[in-house]
Design a binder for this molecule. Structure first.
Ligand code: UDP
Ligand code: MG
Length: 279
């Protein structure tokens, strides 16, 4: 078996409705780029027929190498990606979601930017996003906060479609816990890798529904705490809050104690949260 240049890693939780079309289109896109390439499907403890469908795919003749990893229970998108990265053999690792919202036909464009040496990591930018107005708004706020924190000119840090050099994925391995998949491009940039974005078309999710509930927003905020401490502006925010609380406390305002207690509690909660998610 020759070594693939490109590995496409797809995390999947209950995506049986999307898998047939996804596989046909992904295999075609990959065969055009690298006939020796591989698709690594990671079943994140699905409770529908995803796993059975994968077993069937593995038994049929395929135009590209197809591999499957099954997690014994649902562990979330970050853990699923991490499991895929651990077995992927390519020198370029591509990730995409199973829901076909970013057409698989855009993948060669992302890979070309990595292959040319222009970037170590390329992240897709859903310029005309086809999600609910609330989600589009939340994403704008998220990306604006990250641009302010990091000074990186990125607009869609959490897009699931990315291509990166293998060494980037290896460097990110220590950050693959909780829902840190949201922050991979900024983490890679902080490590010194060149990160660029490319606009891609976006379509509505035609089958199945989003696998993340409202808890995604809470987790994004909790995960932002350790991320924020990688840039001086993050430290500045927390130190400013602490300083304001100390001053209020000195002025005998009850808000001071509340502020200090909130900062201490947030620190403790985040430490436990991260530990729990590392297992
Ligand atoms: N996913 C996963 N485990 C989870 C949640 C999601 O493997 O716990 C997969 C999901 O099947 C999809 C990708 O991660 O392939 C992105 O999920 P989704 O499209 O539901 O997220 P959204 O687009 O709503 O952010
Ligand atoms: Mg989606």
């Amino acid at each position: 078996m020759s070594t693939p240049r490109i590995s496409i890693v797809v995390p999947m939780y209950n995506e049986e409705e999307n898998l047939p079309e996804l596989h046909t289109r992904l295999a075609k896109a990959l065969a055009g780029m690298d006939p020796e390439g591989e698709i690594v499907y990671v079943d994140d403890g699905s409770t529908d027929g995803t796993n059975q469908q994968l077993q069937t795919l593995l038994q049929e003749p395929q135009p590209v190498c197809v591999r499957a990893v099954a997690l014994p229970r649902r562990r979330g998108k970050t853990a699923a990606l991490s499991a895929g990265f651990a077995v992927a053999r390519g020198s370029i690792l591509v990730t995409t979601d199973a829901d076909l919202q970013e057409p698989p036909e855009v993948l060669p464009m992302l890979v070309a930017r990595v292959q040319s040496g222009e970037a170590h990591l390329v992240v897709a930018w859903r310029q005309q996003r086809q999600d609910s107005p609330f989600r589009v708004f939340a994403s704008r706020v998220f990306n604006t906060v990250l641009r302010w924190l990091t000074d990186l000119p990125l607009h869609d840090v959490n897009c699931g479609t990315k291509a990166m050099k293998r060494e980037v994925a290896e460097s990110l391995a220590g950050w693959m816990f909780s829902d840190m998949h949201r922050y991979l491009p900024v983490l890679a940039a902080r490590m010194g890798y060149r990160v660029v974005e490319v606009p891609v078309p976006h379509v509505v999710r035609r089958r199945g529904r989003s696998r993340f509930g409202a808890s995604r927003y809470l987790r994004a905020v909790v995960d932002l705490f350790p991320i924020s401490l990688m840039w001086w502006r993050g430290w500045a925010v927390w130190l400013a809050l602490a300083a304001v609380s100390v001053v209020l406390q000195a002025m005998r305002s009850p808000l001071g104690a509340v502020g200090l207690a909130a900062i201490v509690w947030l620190g403790i909660a985040v430490a436990f949260w991260l530990r729990r998610n590392q297992t």
